[in-house]
Design a protein around this ligand. Structure first.
Ligand SMILES: Nc1ncnc2c1ncn2[C@@H]1O[C@@H](CSCCNC[C@@H]2Cc3ccc([N+](=O)[O-])cc3CN2)[C@@H](O)[C@H]1O
Length: 266
């Protein structure tokens, strides 16, 4: 492991500002729900379609590097008994805790996301029901370090039935070998035969979150596929999205977004 690079990443995250990060990526123009040509509806569609197959379900889903967001869990919540959110930073775990417990008037408003997901899932589910369902299932919000062979420490009782992760591993890995090692580390948390849904940035080298400027290891489509195969996954589905110029707003240099559905070999 590139210990110096990983330490530098950890240092850079000390000034990560969750509110600035949410503003940059989860408010307009990126949070434009009018068409799936925009990034957020594209991501929500990928996740809704993956869970709609009914093939990804079980007792526990772990979200790797949740950040301060919960949108990535909205379509999953019908298919798991419990959902575990994780992040390296207490400030991000605190943002999720505030949303779950509704005890902070300044907490981020995810209702447009919940309404959009209910609409595209087409089950006629009232959005407040989905909101309550997710809050009830989000039972644990744990510290994680994907660079540790045992990313959750020894907290986990048994392997998860599925993993999900959005924009995390490429944004915390100084180089490709570190990315591959981190993917292998988190794969130990998943049962054989379990699915891992990952969304992330393509060809991204940096992003901003308030004072913090974070480095990202630029990954191409083929790099992601190769890393998943090396980590022992069968690739069930892969989609990529190209960032329109209107969404290149200076908060990062991301060129596109990938979605991958991998199944851990039994
Ligand atoms: N060692 C570690 N282990 C686990 N998690 C760790 C570790 N270190 C930091 N973390 C944790 O991982 C981080 C996850 S947020 C990473 C952001 N990724 C880049 C950003 C995301 C984004 C979002 C949306 C759109 N879009 O167009 O819609 C584009 C883009 C592209 N830019 C952060 O929560 C940190 O706290």
């Amino acid at each position: 492991m590139n210990a110096i690079g990983v330490a530098a990443v950890a240092e850079s995250y000390q000034t990560f500002n969750p509110r600035a990060y949410l503003q940059n990526n989860y408010m307009p123009p990126r949070a434009n729900f009018t068409s799936e040509e925009y990034a957020v509806p594209w991501k929500l569609r990928r996740l809704a379609d993956a869970f709609a197959t009914g093939k990804i379900h079980g007792k526990t889903l772990i979200d790797i590097g949740s950040g301060p967001t919960i949108y990535q869990l909205l379509s999953a919540c019908d298919f798991f008994e419990e959902i575990v959110a994780t992040d390296y930073l207490e400030v991000n775990r605190g943002e999720i805790h505030s949303w779950v417990h509704g005890d902070d008037p300044g907490a981020f408003d995810w209702s447009p996301y919940i309404q959009h997901v209910c609409k595209i899932e087409g089950k006629g589910e009232p959005w407040k029901e989905k909101e309550q369902k997710l809050k009830k299932k989000l039972k644990k919000i744990l510290p994680i370090d994907v660079h540790q062979p045992n990313p959750l420490g020894f907290v986990l009782s048994q392997p998860a039935d599925a993993l999900i992760s959005t924009f995390c591993i490429e944004a915390v890995s100084p180089d490709r070998p570190s990315f591959d090692r981190a993917l292998q580390n988190v794969t130990t948390l998943l049962k054989p035969g379990g699915h891992f849904l990952m969304i992330g940035g393509l060809e991204e080298s940096f992003y901003l979150a308030g004072e913090a400027k974070l480095s990202v290891v630029p990954m191409k489509e083929e790099d992601i596929k190769e890393s998943f195969i090396k980590a022992g996954y069968r690739i069930h589905d892969f989609h990529s999205y190209s960032m329109p110029p209107s969404l290149k707003i200076g908060v990062d240099d991301v060129q596109g977004i990938f979605f991958i559905n991998g199944q851990k070999s039994a």
